[in-house]
Design a protein around this ligand. Structure first.
Ligand SMILES: [Ca+2]
Length: 615
């Protein structure tokens, strides 16, 4: 049996095109055997397609897991890294629902309805195809196709791709679900962000919930529900696909008390120190090459050494809470792993673990509260009133860690969520389980991968087919590339130097081909000009080479134009970056030692002019 399984595994990963035929051959062989000799339990022994678990962490940054250089303790996700493979050049999108739309439909955001986030659709995008703000019906979904091919399909956690009955998880291919339909909210109860949207919407198995279960805590309840779903069908011979879309560690940082103080005073030392420590560990581990530079600290952030101890303590405590959010989530991932081991499913389960976008550096609470005197401001001051640091984590507290710690989460990259720099959309990726034939615990730094690759990869694993038409129309193309050969260790990247990837959300845009990346960002984060970077030696995007390589700029611009044409991109006429140039201080030139911190230096008077006080 072991040999057959091994053979199936290597065939599955080695010869992508043959996989579905092989699976059907095995199924037919099993059926014939059971017809001919019913005494032999052929069905039970037949090699079963693997289970698939996607662990998606909301707003977790590239360097936040121990296996990617963090001091945050994530032993359970790290155990998957030890048994599987880590990738250091994996891209999502720069924000939540666009990433999720590509994960679950395999198609471009500008086609599938998440060309912008629902919350930020610009006036000129309203009502246009591709900008519905939900996963539209031009596309089909990964769970739908897996379900059709005989998988059980389960979802727990955050959906964020539509709330109407035809758009909820149950309508998009999930057989069982327990889902938060909104982009975020309380972890303790149904209260949501603003007076305009006071309550979060949840579904369970396709019904809208009137209230949440007893003893609800998001991360724990999602895990309990999933374990129940798995157990309810365990032993029926069908594999399962589980989409575990944790709300954690998205703000507000709501956390049980015993998870809040596990890094006591550890972050008082400030963001620069923690960034440097993480980068050093990444270099030791081989996550980053030895000559990697750290990105510039965002120009408007202070050097932590100028802060008063009280400020160091309060700001450090925010990061401590964030670390607790990640550790608590990891604990519940561990509960799932342990359960799968207990019921004998772990060895036949593929795990795919990653964060959905760059870490959150924008002050979401300020956006929620809005202008003083307005109803949302009043709502925020009442509903999110638990401001004392001792209450942080409780219901009605609102803590987000701010741009300084978001940059720590994205070490060594530049910027964070919402932006087109690497810090906006590059994330940590772990893949483990029976499809991985690369050395256990290895790190792939060569291949560059995209979240849209997951759909073709998993369809191949399941032997499922992408349809030619959807609802009577030609199916939009899958934009990703299967990882089968990469996971088999037969090649290092699913992409050649000719392939390219492009992104646009909120007007910020980027295109990457080979090691070259062309990037356009709104001021004050970018220059509102195309900037060119060579990521091979400059992952921190410190050195704009556009003036030096005008031909390369032209080449990549042509690819960008092709993307705009092919995927019907409508650049927004209003963006959430408006007014930011006025709000934030001017940028100073990025030079070491500038601006000079005069107060760092002790004044020493000439010796011959010094004297003791007179009596
Ligand atoms: Ca997110």
């Amino acid at each position: 049996m072991e040999n057959v399984l091994q053979g199936l595994k290597s065939t599955m990963v080695g010869k992508p095109g043959r996989l579905s035929r092989l699976v059907s051959m095995l199924v037919i062989a099993g059926m014939v055997a059971s017809l001919a000799a019913p005494v032999i339990a052929a069905a039970a022994d037949a090699p079963r397609r693997p289970n698939i678990v996607i662990i998606l962490a909301d707003d977790m940054g590239f360097s936040d897991m121990g296996s990617f250089g963090s001091e945050i303790r994530t032993p359970n996700m790290d155990s998957l890294a030890k048994e599987g493979v880590r990738f250091t050049q994996f891209y999502t999108h720069a924000s939540c629902s666009p990433t999720r739309s590509m994960l679950l439909s395999g198609t471009a955001t500008h086609i599938n309805g998440l060309g912008s986030m629902d919350e930020w659709t610009a006036p000129n995008q309203m009502g246009k195809p591709g900008y519905e703000g939900n996963l539209n019906h031009r596309v089909t979904t990964l769970p739908q196709l897996l379900k059709d091919s005989g998988y059980h399909t389960y979802m727990v956690g955050k959906w964020h791709m539509g709330k109407a009955p035809d758009l909820i998880p149950a309508a998009r291919g999930f057989e069982r679900d327990f889902s938060l339909l909104d982009g975020g909210g309380s972890y303790w109860d149904m209260w949501s962000f603003t007076a305009d949207t006071p309550k979060s919407t949840y579904t369970e198995d396709g019904k809208y919930l009137t209230r949440l279960p007893e003893d609800y805590y998001a991360t724990k309840t999602y895990t309990d529900k999933l374990i129940n779903f798995i157990d309810a069908n365990h032993g029926d011979g069908k594999p399962f696909f589980a989409y575990v879309a944790h709300q954690a560690p998205h703000d507000p940082y709501h956390l049980p008390r015993d998870w809040r103080n596990r890094h006591d005073r550890e972050y008082d030392k400030g963001w620069d120190a923690v960034r440097n420590e993480r980068l050093n560990r990444q270099k030791e581990m081989g996550i980053m090459p030895p000559d990697t530079e750290l990105s510039e600290r965002m120009w408007f952030l202070p050097d932590p050494i100028v802060l008063a101890p009280a400020a160091q303590y309060v700001l450090g405590k925010k990061m401590e809470l964030y670390a607790g959010m990640v550790e608590n989530m990891d604990h519940h991932v561990g509960r799932l792993i342990d359960h799968l081991k207990k019921i004998g499913e772990y060895d036949n389960t593929i795990f795919i673990v990653f964060g959905d976008n760059g870490a959150e550096g924008t002050d979401l609470f300020a956006m929620i509260a809005g202008t003083p005197g307005t109803k949302n401001f009043l709502w925020a001051s009442v509903m999110w009133s638990q401001n004392h640091p001792n209450a942080w984590g409780d219901p009605h507290s609102y803590v987000g860690y701010g741009p300084m710690w978001a940059q720590v989460s994205m070490t060594p990259f530049s910027q964070y969520k919402g932006l087109a720099a690497e810090g906006g959309m590059r994330n940590a990726l772990i893949v483990s389980g029976p499809i991985v034939q690369r050395p256990r615990g290895s790190i792939n730094t060569a291949g560059y991968l995209h979240v849209a690759d997951i759909m073709p990869t998993l369809l191949e694993v399941a032997g499922a087919r992408y349809p030619a038409t959807i609802n009577g129309e030609k199916a939009p193309p899958l934009i990703g590339k299967s990882w089968a050969a990469v996971l088999a260790g037969k090649q290092d990247s699913p992409r050649s130097d000719k392939d390219y990837m492009a992104w646009e959300v909120f007007g910020n845009r980027a295109v990457r081909q080979g090691d070259w990346k062309l990037r356009w960002e709104y001021k004050p984060y970018g220059t509102e000009e195309w900037e060119l970077f060579n990521l091979a030696g400059d992952v921190a995007e410190r050195h704009d080479l556009a003036a030096k390589h005008p031909d390369k700029v032209k080449e990549l611009l042509a690819l960008w134009d092709e993307y705009v044409r092919e995927y019907e991109v409508i650049l927004p006429n209003r963006v959430l970056w408006e007014g930011m140039t006025k709000k934030l201080p001017d940028r100073y030139p990025v030079e070491a030692g500038y601006p000079p911190l005069l107060y760092k230096r002790q004044f020493v008077p000439p010796k011959d002019m010094m004297a003791d006080p007179k009596p």
